[in-house]
Design a protein around this ligand. Structure first.
Ligand SMILES: C[S@@+](CC[C@H](N)C(=O)[O-])C[C@H]1O[C@@H](n2cnc3c(N)ncnc32)[C@H](O)[C@@H]1O
Length: 182
């Protein structure tokens, strides 16, 4: 987790989107915050990272909890796994076909232009009133252009509330939008 090694893997240019250049400090700050603010007994990420195992049968990701087994089994046919980028998804499923978008940190190293073009694909894919969220691990958030910021309505209070209780504590910021598509 140091800059020289990560620069070799990702290309040094990626790091111009990062303010805090010392990653050990960045990570320590996040670990410190999580250890103070989040209940470690139920934090399965911490358990796995620090102990190499889950602490108990209660300290598990929801998909591994015993009480969720029947529900998952009964709905397993509704899950479709598709490998591809948003352009492929749009080609296969067409516009107005999804109402929830959890994009993890796919925008981490994108330039603003590409970020906005990809965002337009998600807007195309979205049904009116959909929700979209994403986060960054290290980088500063990219800027929505004028056209996209009229359609993507930011929900900063909800994002802050969820970010504060996120057990996967490594992230720099979290963003939630409602897609206000006429
Ligand atoms: C910084 S990495 C994030 C990796 C992710 N957190 C994970 O654990 O796999 C960025 C990822 O975004 C994906 N990506 C980039 N553009 C995308 C797009 N338009 N649609 C879907 N995924 C995309 C890339 O393939 C890459 O795996």
């Amino acid at each position: 987790m140091n800059r020289s090694i990560l620069s070799l893997v990702k290309g040094a240019h990626s790091f111009r989107h990062v303010d805090e250049k010392e990653f050990d400090k960045n990570l320590n700050r996040k670990v410190d915050r999580a250890m103070r603010n989040i209940d470690n007994r139920t934090n399965y990420f911490f358990s796995l990272i620090l102990l190499g195992k889950f602490l108990s049968h209660k300290c598990l990701p929801p998909y591994l909890l015993k009480e969720n087994f029947d529900k998952l089994k009964n709905n397993i046919d509704k899950i479709e796994v598709f490998h591809g980028i948003s352009t492929d998804v749009l080609k296969k499923f067409g516009p107005d076909s999804f109402n929830k978008f959890n994009m993890s940190n796919i925008f981490e190293w994108m330039e603003d232009d590409l970020f906005n073009n990809v965002m337009r694909e998600f807007i195309d894919l979205a049904k009116p009133g959909s929700r979209l969220c994403y986060r960054y691990t290290l980088a500063r958030p990219r800027n929505l252009d004028e056209k996209n910021s009229k359609i993507l309505i930011s929900e900063p209070e909800l994002a802050a509330e969820l970010f504060a209780i996120d057990r996967s504590f490594m992230y720099e910021s979290f963003h939630v939008y409602r897609i206000d598509k006429k």
